[in-house]
Design a protein around this ligand. Structure first.
Ligand code: PMP
Length: 398
């Protein structure tokens, strides 16, 4: 089918929930995508931080094919070899002790919210179930995670929401401390707010939050769905802050494209889940776990974190140079290869013009261009994207 034919069928049969461009991607290889009409694109969005190792990474593709030929699914009534192998890999590489697998970021956060409520009740008593999250945060589209999400434009028409959620300005410790009561069981934060416009958590803030949680025996939950799996230059963003969460959620890049989410927790927290307390039919199935294991193995074997740090600095320097050159660029921020550029106007026009010229970037929170290239991106690919952006920026300035 052509782009046009696919679009027409999509408009006929799909629920209209996404603002989609007029093209359809049919193939991916490394940092490149190809649409149904054969045009190539440099992908600096990577499936919104999903395709960490680019498209069709040979080791991940081989792991999927091998596992598909062996066993795709069985039930969690039995032990699953790829699931325990992946669990071991995640636990030995993090400060968390136990993991539960689901299918998405929202599902991982749902599990975190349930676990936090159970912990609060069992440790502090019946009234301890409230959760504090940040203004401008994003935690998912299911009802509990939407409730947790601090971007209120997503709430419209979906009330009534869950009880017991409070929202505080991000990076403002006093505002947060003022909201904590004996009813608070957890504080849920993204170390860097991705969807909210690439706002980086301050180290001092996150350290103060950690100390407060220790003092009051409140759980600190880090939503690392977007920041995890190397995106910020460490396997997990918390490592860069020297702040250990009690609970952490992962998804997106975890399986380099296959749907998998994970809820990790310290033993003292995880032990509050007993058989029958939580579940997921597909969660942790052999296929996605084999893909995720191969992804982490490749991140280790191919020195991906070093590349993220080097290419992150290289790319950020270019973006900072743009800020000097163009008045409409107000700020450049981010860590590793999670970078944002705040504009004086909406970014949709720039995104569309870059797409026309074969470079995929994204705009979030209306005015922030967001760059999420594959973690194995090369300097030549960055140069290419930067050259296209420069051409587009010139047309904007004119
Ligand atoms: N948390 C964060 C920080 C996210 O960025 C996202 C997705 N953008 C989610 C949760 C939800 O993940 P999913 O779409 O896989 O449910």
């Amino acid at each position: 089918m052509t782009n046009e034919e696919i679009k027409t069928k999509g408009q006929t049969y799909l629920m209209n929930t996404f603002n989609r461009g007029a093209i359809c991607m049919v193939e991916g290889q490394g940092s490149y995508l190809k649409d149904a009409d054969g045009k190539q694109y440099l992908d600096f969005l990577a499936g919104i931080a999903v395709n960490a190792l680019g498209h069709n990474h040979p080791k991940v593709t081989a792991a999927i094919a091998e596992q598909a030929a062996k066993l795709v699914h069985c039930s969690n009534f039995y032990w699953i070899e790829p699931q325990v192998q992946l669990a071991e890999k995640l636990i030995t590489n993090s400060v968390l002790d136990k993991v539960f697998f689901g299918n998405s970021g929202a599902e991982a956060n749902e599990g975190a919210i349930k676990l936090a409520r159970k912990y609060g009740r069992e440790v502090h008593g019946e009234g301890c179930y409230e959760i504090i999250t940040a203004d401008n945060s994003f935690h998912g589209r299911t009802l509990a995670t939407l409730t947790a999400t601090g971007q209120k434009q997503f709430h419209k028409d979906y009330d009534p929401f869950l009880e017991g959620f409070h929202y505080v300005p991000f990076n403002d410790f006093e505002a947060l401390a003022a909201k904590v009561t004996e009813k608070t069981c957890a504080i849920l934060l993204e170390p860097i707010q991705g969807e909210g416009g690439v706002y980086v958590g301050d180290q001092a803030y996150l350290q103060q939050v950690r100390a407060l949680c220790d003092e009051k025996d409140i759980l600190l939950i880090f939503d690392e769905v977007q920041t995890g799996m190397g995106r910020t230059g460490k396997l997990f963003a918390y490592e860069g802050y020297g702040v250990e969460p009690d609970v952490m959620t992962l998804a997106k890049a975890l399986g380099n494209g296959v749907p998998i989410g994970a809820l990790l927790a310290k033993d003292a927290v995880a032990s509050h889940f007993k058989p029958g307390d939580h579940g997921s039919t597909f969660g942790g199935n052999p296929l996605v776990c084999a893909a995720a294991f191969a992804t982490i193995q490749a991140i280790e074997d191919e020195n991906i974190l070093t590349n993220v740090n080097e290419m992150g600095n290289y790319f950020k320097e270019k973006l900072v140079a743009f800020k000097e050159k163009y008045d409409f660029i107000l700020d450049v921020r981010g860590k590793g290869l999670l970078l944002g550029m705040e504009l004086a106007m909406k970014g949709t026009d720039i995104v569309a013009k870059c797409l026309e010229k074969g470079v995929i970037i994204n705009c979030t929170h209306d005015t922030v261009l967001r760059f999420l290239p594959p973690l194995n991106v090369t300097s030549a690919e960055i140069d290419k994207a930067v050259a296209v952006m420069d051409e587009v920026f010139q047309t904007i300035e004119a």
